[in-house]
Design a protein around this ligand. Structure first.
Ligand SMILES: [Zn+2]
Length: 88
């Protein structure tokens, strides 16, 4: 019942326990249960790539390489705090 200016579609991955919001003209946004929203490639790096059985990969909604795109730097690791290398 909410009015939205941009039609978006939210899908939930039953295996990864995340929601993926698709908006026309924008990259899909993955809502993690914790932390800041990320990308499909980030979700893949952290969760989906570890699914092994056909049953799992069939149920996962983030198995499409074309939709998630290439893995980005930093995808595979928790968001690291900014490291001050001692510039003084
Ligand atoms: Zn998934």
């Amino acid at each position: 019942m909410t009015a939205s200016s941009t039609p978006s579609e939210v899908q939930r991955c039953p295996l990864c326990q995340v929601e993926i919001e698709s908006c026309p003209g924008r990259p899909d946004t993955v809502m993690f249960s914790q932390g800041t929203p990320g990308t499909r490639s980030k979700l893949w790096s952290r969760v989906c790539q570890f699914l092994k059985t056909t049953e799992q990969t069939t149920a996962c909604i983030n198995q499409d390489a074309d939709r998630r795109g290439p893995q980005q730097l930093g995808d595979a690791f928790p968001d690291a705090p900014t490291i001050d290398l001692g510039a003084s």
